[in-house]
Every structure is written in structure tokens, then in C-alpha cells.
Ligand binder design. Structure first.
Ligand code: ADP
Length: 448
């Protein structure tokens, strides 16, 4: 087992990894940028090292600075968290060649699955259902039109290297397709330094349902149920829950088996997520694989009573998974609300600044994963997520009541947050019925 891990991340996920390390008796090192100097979670690590100025390109995304910190502190492994370098195959390779374990899949598996076009190829090989479209990148507007004519509108142009909802354009006709193709390409080029795009059928009002995978280096791959992440804004998740309100044991087994086959086909190890879209008839289609731990992993931890970060670290260290598929049982209901420092009344513009007061909800079945405290200043340089409020209850109705109660208790003063929007969602008839879809927030709830 590792004796010391470096956490190449910040904020709540850095704290989540510190907590797992502490329970496992592993020492941990946190790196931080000048913007995070003095952040409260750093005091909980065994050591912390400043790696540069606030811009992430000069700190959290700078491989040479992170590797220097790893060498100085003599760690055996690096946990990349989510975002930043977590899905960077080159970083995983650098770790490997420096004799430091990257806590994630192999560089080969990241390359294969991190690119949405090549991941579609792997899914097809594993017999996982795909939306109609192509398994190659689309090079020209003419080629995009030809594909759209053969599969029928609406279609979606997607960046092969995409993430965070960027580089995607929906088109209902040829003119929109040509514009969307050029826009997606230029957005992708700027955001990901790779402007390749592909075209697939756009599913109207689907649900986003994803399967949590965990695999060791001994050929054992287990799925830990699903998460429903249909409540999104601009293709970014806001609320996640497990189990999915539309799930049946049969569909869970089918989707779980499909995700497992895909992971095996790619030689996947450690934690990962296979994302699917599900239509109103319960047909599911592969969307992409996230080759890292995800923000919303705690909802799966709650309903399956597992510690996914611990399992991920064990798997990376070459140990056998601590549980088998038959041990994983989905019980109860969990909901997560992402608390972002954003102003819901002003188009969700980020709201960095000083937090003057915090009151954290507690009581039965409440979990708060966050790095903030009163007096903490949210830097403007990074993501606006400042905490994840989670609840767990015996069933969905009780979980919703508990989340409403917890959201009412939560007090964060000094900055605007998405808390009022979450309360609105928890009181929304369609959410309560479980009949929402991926454009529900934007097209219906916020349009009211
Ligand atoms: P990213 O990697 O940027 O998060 P994803 O491929 O995971 O992108 O897609 C994000 C969201 O975009 C999905 O949850 C869904 O709401 C929407 N989406 C993507 N592809 C399609 C599609 N073919 N049909 C309908 N919605 C889609």
C-alpha cells in the first residue's frame, strides 16, 4: 500500500481525498496555488506545497511543477481528483515514467476512452448501444450534412475531446448544422486544443443516467449502481440522485453489464463512469466514459455503502477490490445538490468573494462535502462549486423532504448561492413525480 499520496487538486475534492487517506493511514501532501494559500483544508494535510500563481495553467495544470512537488515530498502516488489533470493521458504517462502511481486508469485507457470518438468505437466493439451517428470525426460541413440526412434531424455536433458541456451544438436543420459545426469546432479548438468533432442523433428530452464502475488490476470490474443526473443547466449537472427514479432491477443489470463489458474491452482499472442517455421507452445509449472519480460519486457511496475513493486508491495500489458484484446492493435513496457561488437571479453569474457566515445542516442522513468556512474567500480563478449537500433516506419521498429541510438550514452569507434554486427544484411537482429530462431546468422550470 502507498505510504504517501500527493493530491493534485484543490477545494472539496482535495479534502475528500485527505479524509480517505487519513482513514487508510496514508500520509498526504496537498499542492496549492497562491490563490488557495491559507485555505482551511490545507491544514488537514500532512504537508502542503505552493506550486505557483493563481492561473491554473501555472499551477494545478502545470505538470512539471506538480512533479517537482511530488519529488520533493517523496510520494508514491498522485491522486488527480476531477477536472484539472485528471483525464490527461500525458500526465499519467509522466507519473508512470517517474515511478509514481497515477491513481486512475492507464494512459492507454485514458487515450482510448477520454476521446469521445474513439470511445464510441470501443462501445461498438463491446456491443453497447450507440445513438445513430459516426464512429469517426467529421471533417467538413458537407460530411456533417450527409450524416444528418442519413440519420435524420435533430442532430448534435460534439467535440471529441469535449467536457464540461463545451463544444456541443444541437441542430434541427441544415443551416443550424453548418453554423453549429463551425461553432463547435472553434469552441473545441480553443477549449481543448483539439478541434475534432463528430455528429450523432440528438435525443429529445432524455434522462442522463450513468453507471459507476470500479475495477482492480486483477480483472475484477464491479458496477455500483447508477446515478440520475438529468437536472442540468447548459449541459452541466445541478442535482444528482441514486437510484434513478426510472430504474428497474432489469434495466440496472443491462446497463451495468454493458458498462462492465466496455470497461473490460478498454482494459480499464480504478474508478470511472459510463454515461448513458435513456429515452422514454427505457432504451439506453452510450454517451461517454469519464476516466476519473466524479463530483457526484457520494450519492453512489450512500446507496451502496461503499467508500469509492478508498476503493479507487486500493485498486491503483494493485490490491483486489474489497467487494464483489454480488456484495453491491442499492438500498435507500440519496440526493446531491451542488451548491455553487452563483447568482440565480443574474443568469447564474459566478459570485466569488468573502463568505461571512456559514451554518452547515446536520441531523439524520445529511452529508456536507465542502472546504468552506466563515471568513473564507472564494477565489475568482476557479470553479464556482463551493460544496455538495447530500441526503440519504429510506426512500425518495423521505429523501426529498430531508433535502428540503437541509437546504432550509443551510446558511451561506456574503455571496449568492444556488441554494434557492435547489429549494425550488425540491418543491417542483415534476421533480417530485420523477418525470424530468435533461433540458427541463432551462426549457421548463426557469422558463416559467
Ligand atoms: P460533456 O463531456 O461536455 O459533459 P456529455 O457527452 O457528457 O458532454 O454530454 C453532456 C450533456 O449533453 C448530456 O448529459 C445531455 O444532457 C446532453 N447531450 C449530449 N449528447 C446528447 C445527445 N446525443 N442527445 C441529447 N442530449 C445530449
Amino acid at each position: 500500500m502507498f505510504s504517501k499520496i500527493l493530491i493534485a487538486n484543490r477545494g472539496e475534492i482535495a479534502l475528500r481525498v485527505i479524509r480517505a487517506c487519513r482513514e487508510m493511514g496514508i500520509k498526504c501532501v496537498c499542492v496549492f496555488s497562491e490563490a488557495d494559500r491559507g485555505a482551511p483544508y490545507l491544514a488537514l494535510a500532512d504537508e502542503s506545497v505552493c506550486i505557483g500563481p493563481p492561473p491554473s495553467g501555472k499551477s494545478y495544470l502545470d505538470i512539471s511543477r506538480i512533479m517537482s512537488a511530488a519529488e520533493i515530498t517523496d510520494v508514491d502516488a498522485i491522486h488527480p481528483g476531477y477536472g484539472f489533470l485528471s483525464e490527461n493521458a500525458h500526465f499519467a504517462e509522466v507519473c508512470q515514467s517517474s515511478g509514481i502511481t497515477f491513481i486512475g486508469p492507464s494512459p492507454e485507457a485514458i487515450k482510448l476512452l477520454g476521446n469521445k470518438t474513439s470511445a464510441r468505437g470501443v462501445a461498438a466493439k463491446a456491443g453497447v448501444p450507440l445513438l445513430p451517428g459516426v464512429k469517426e470525426n467529421v471533417e467538413s460541413e458537407e460530411a456533417a450534412i450527409e450524416i444528418a440526412n442519413s440519420i435524420g434531424y435533430p442532430v448534435i455536433v460534439k467535440a471529441a475531446a469535449g467536457g464540461g458541456g463545451r463544444g456541443m451544438r444541437v441542430a434541427h436543420n441544415e443551416i443550424a448544422l453548418v453554423n453549429g459545426f463551425l461553432q463547435a469546432k472553434s469552441e473545441a479548438g480553443l477549449a481543448f486544443k483539439d478541434d475534432s468533432v463528430y455528429v450523432e442523433k440528438y435525443l429529445e428530452q432524455p434522462r442522463h443516467v450513468e453507471i459507476q464502475l470500479i475495477a482492480d488490476k486483477h480483472g475484477n470490474t464491479v458496477y455500483c449502481g447508477e446515478r440520475d443526473c438529468s437536472l442540468q443547466r447548459r449541459h452541466q449537472k445541478l442535482v444528482e440522485e441514486a437510484p434513478s427514479p426510472i430504474m428497474t432491477p432489469e434495466l440496472r443489470k443491462k446497463m451495468g453489464d454493458a458498462a462492465t463489458k466496455l470497461a473490460k474491452e478498454a482494459g480499464y482499472t480504478t474508478a470511472g463512469t459510463c454515461e448513458f442517455l435513456v429515452d422514454s421507452k427505457g432504451n439506453f445509449y452510450f454517451m461517454e466514459v469519464n476516466t476519473r472519480i466524479q463530483v457526484e460519486h457520494p450519492v453512489s457511496e450512500l446507496v451502496t455503502r461503499t467508500d469509492l475513493i478508498r476503493a479507487q486508491i486500493l485498486a491503483a495500489a494493485g490490491e483486489k477490490l474489497p467487494f464483489k458484484q454480488s456484495d453491491v446492493e442499492v438500498r435507500g435513496h440519496a440526493i446531491e445538490c451542488r451548491i455553487n457561488a452563483e447568482d440565480p437571479d443574474h443568469d447564474f453569474r459566478p459570485c466569488p468573494g468573502k463568505i461571512t457566515r456559514v451554518f452547515v445542516p446536520g441531523g439524520p442522513g445529511v452529508r456536507w462535502d465542502s472546504h468552506i468556512e466563515a471568513g473564507y474567500t472564494i477565489p475568482s480563478t476557479y470553479d464556482s462549486m463551493i460544496g455538495k449537500l447530500l441526503v440519504f433516506a429510506p426512500d425518495r419521498t423521505q429523501a426529498i423532504a430531508r433535502m428540503k429541510r437541509a437546504l432550509t438550514e443551510l446558511r451561506i452569507e456574503g455571496v449568492k448561492t444556488t441554494t434557492p434554486l435547489h429549494l425550488r427544484i425540491m418543491n417542483d411537482r415534476r421533480f417530485i413525480e420523477g418525470s424530468v429530462h435533461t433540458s427541463y431546468i432551462e426549457k421548463e422550470l426557469l422558463a416559467k
